[in-house]
Design a protein around this ligand. Structure first.
Ligand code: AHG
Ligand code: MN
Ligand code: MN
Length: 339
């Protein structure tokens, strides 16, 4: 079986910026994720559960595992020397390294080190999500914020790791999507899901329906549509919602479905962060033949203005996202932030 390292090296030439450095960066992310996997799997045993006692920029309590995962990825990317700056959910400001090798790094990374943290203590799937851009600023100095504030269309790679019943790493460099399952006995990611394609349609919709009363009319209408009885189609669909974007998306990627985190009147931009949650997932969705939008425009075309910016998010099977967009455009024009 092919290992992640073998695969990345082999595919290096398909990648427009072919360089050993880029392969090294992906491998470093893979290595850090194995340490996170190890901690996740002994979470019930080690004194790692619970709150760290600190808050991140969004005012959310940080869990110990959030902090551990963040440290692992930052450390791994530092040692590699290819990355000159990181935007992380767990750091208010851009993370840079004060060393010459990293300052010469060509890439910047945006990362949610631990996604779905409310699920850590209840043994439910969690993840890591990341995106990679080439820096815009001159090498030789630390990366700067504008290196991170590039559109998703400029991404050179994106991926996620899901720590579920098995641990998997799924990534794209713009030439399709491939998935690797960790064999923990030998500590290797092995190619298990080559060239993943998301079904054009599906019967799963994933949304936190407890927020129903706050949803835009378009989302309410789409949910009604999903629940309609139509013997000719798969409706009524089925609801699946884990509360970890990575895990919810991963299931829908393999089975066909839609994940939604819409804006509300109170929070027009919803909850999910553009740079390190929506963009990487959107890139993978598109590369697998699916779609991602804020209901009105393609996620990857949104011009980021700040590191922790949020955006409404509709992602998954092409036909399902198009249908949700249709309802948004018909019933909820007032939620269109591009107007
Ligand atoms: P994080 O744990 O990184 O803060 O992200 C949680 C996100 C996302 O993973 C998940 O889909 C969503 O928040 C769940 O939000 P609700 O609890 O509001 O449904
Ligand atoms: Mn998250
Ligand atoms: Mn997180």
């Amino acid at each position: 079986m092919k290992t992640l390292i073998e695969f990345v090296n082999e595919k290096q030439n398909d990648f427009s910026y072919a360089s050993g450095e880029f392969s090294r960066l992906l491998n470093d992310i893979g290595i850090a994720s194995k340490y996170v996997h190890r901690e996740v799997n002994k979470a019930g045993l080690a004194d790692i559960l619970g709150y760290e006692g600190t808050q991140n920029i969004q005012g959310e309590d940080q869990k110990k595992l959030d902090v551990f995962a963040n440290d692992q990825f930052i450390k791994a990317l530092k040692h590699g020397g290819q990355c000159c700056a990181i935007a992380s959910e767990e750091n208010d400001e851009l993370v840079t390294y004060d060393n010459q090798i990293s300052n010469n790094g060509k890439y910047v990374v945006a990362i949610d080190p631990l996604d779905g943290s409310t699920n850590i203590e209840v043994n439910v799937s969690i993840g890591t999500v990341f995106s990679v851009h080439r820096r815009k600023s001159e090498p030789g100095k630390p990366g700067i914020e504008s290196d991170l504030l590039q559109r998703g269309t400029e991404m050179v790679a994106a991926g996620y790791v899901i720590y579920g019943s098995s641990t998997m790493l799924v990534y794209t460099t713009g030439n399709g999507v491939n998935g690797f399952t960790l064999d923990p006995s030998v500590g290797l990611f092995l190619l298990s899901h080559a060239d993943i394609k998301i079904p054009d349609g599906g019967n799963i919709y994933s949304i936190n329906e407890a927020n129903y009363i706050y949803f835009p009319e378009g989302v309410k209408e789409y949910i009604r549509y999903c629940q309609d009885d139509d013997p000719k189609s798969l409706r009524p669909y089925t609801t699946r919602y884990i509360g970890s974007l990575v895990a919810d998306f991963h299931r829908n990627l393999l089975r066909g479905g839609i994940y939604m985190y819409p804006g509300t009147k109170k929070n027009l931009n919803g909850k999910l962060r553009l740079l390190y949650e929506c963009n990487p997932v959107a890139f993978i969705a598109e590369q697998a033949g699916g779609k991602a939008s804020d209901g009105f425009r393609r996620t990857l075309e949104i011009q980021p203005e700040s590191l922790h910016q949020r955006t409404p998010f509709f992602v998954g099977s092409k036909h399902m996202v198009e249908k949700a967009e249709y309802f948004m455009q018909y019933f909820s024009k007032d939620f269109d932030t591009t107007k």
